[in-house]
Design a protein around this ligand. Structure first.
Ligand code: C2E
Ligand code: CA
Ligand code: CA
Ligand code: CA
Length: 287
């Protein structure tokens, strides 16, 4: 577990000055070990989909939720997605795991939310490897049919970096998904690669401002000016704007003032297991 914590810290860019050769070896060993265990994680029932509520800024009501994967490893304890998602992506395991996440999100929505909260829309993260898999659309269509899913109830979060391999192919896949009735959201907006000019070309209905952009926004008026311009342009393109990583009342108020449409963050709730999410929904309903 100590290895994982160290590895985790390094992935996140901390500890950089402390990288000794022994640690690099440990990191490499750990990566392979992690990959080998991740390969068995579905079989051993170690994966779980959590949900984090997304609120309408004006009404402060929950309108959707983001599905976020958790790995409760029997060997390593809880491993952060910041650690295991990149490993799943590099190894190609993300194709199988990603498909599991879609099915499991649908199953949990149907089992826990549909009875009393049928309008709750679920957003699922996608990786580049998934959309570039030749059978992605076939598999997705099959899953939607088998689970008798109304595609309007689901959305997918994609990133612009996912489009880099082949922008034409990526666009085609996204357009097919949109034609199926699914909602698309551009994730990690404001992290460096994202630009409003390519947004106009992609069939997305939402953009999601990354947490890293929100973090120090109260102290940086220049960032507020940029965000205001992004929001105005997004609205001119008929896109809704989601802000993630809202942790304080000040940030929430600022998002309201800047005319953000939807917010998500620890200020309201952390990602929760489906049963806890349901309790959170019911509590909110009573208000
Ligand atoms: P992301 O898609 O940008 O997801 C948002 C992350 O910010 C989540 O981290 C969420 O728990 C965290 N977050 C939300 N609000 C707050 C807040 O107020 N404060 C703080 N400190 N954090 C907040 P998480 O769950 O650790 O996931 C990390 C990343 O792993 C995700 O970033 C996403 O890129 C990836 N990921 C997670 N689940 C999946 C999945 O099922 N498939 C794929 N392809 N990627 C996933
Ligand atoms: Ca996301
Ligand atoms: Ca993000
Ligand atoms: Ca992301």
């Amino acid at each position: 577990t100590a290895d994982i914590a160290m590895y985790s810290a390094k992935r996140e860019g901390r500890n950089r000055v402390h990288v000794f050769s022994t640690e690099i070896q440990a990191e490499n060993a750990t990566q392979i070990e992690l990959e080998n265990h991740l390969r068995q994680a579905i079989k051993y029932d170690e994966l779980e989909v959590y949900f984090q509520p997304i609120y309408d800024v004006k009404t402060e009501k929950i309108i959707s939720a983001e599905a976020l994967l958790r790995w409760h490893s029997n060997k390593f304890g809880n491993v952060s997605p910041a650690v295991f998602i990149p490993i799943a992506e590099e190894s190609g395991l993300i194709v199988e795991i990603g498909e599991w996440v879609i099915k499991e999100s649908i199953r949990l929505k149907q089992q826990f939310f549909d009875l009393h909260h049928p309008d709750l829309k679920i957003f699922i993260n996608l990786s580049s490897r998934q959309i570039n898999h030749p059978q992605f659309i076939d598999h997705l269509t099959l899953i939607l049919q088998e689970h008798k899913v109304n595609p309007y109830d689901y959305g997918f979060e994609v990133t612009e970096t996912m489009m880099f391999d082949n922008i034409h192919y990526g666009k085609k896949i996204l357009q097919t998904m949109k034609d199926l009735g699914l909602t698309l959201s551009m994730d990690d907006f404001g992290t460096g690669y994202s630009s409003l000019s390519t947004l106009e070309e992609l069939p997305v209905q939402k953009i999601k401002i990354d947490k890293s952009f929100i973090d120090d926004i109260d102290q940086k008026p220049s960032k507020q000016t940029i965000l205001k311009a992004i929001i105005d342009m997004a609205h001119a393109l008929d896109l809704k704007v989601v802000a993630e990583g809202i942790e304080t009342r000040e940030q929430k108020n600022l998002m309201q003032a800047l005319n953000v449409d939807l917010i998500q963050g620890y200020y309201y709730a952390k990602p929760l297991p489906a049963t806890d999410f349901l309790l959170h929904l019911e509590e909110k309903m009573e208000l």
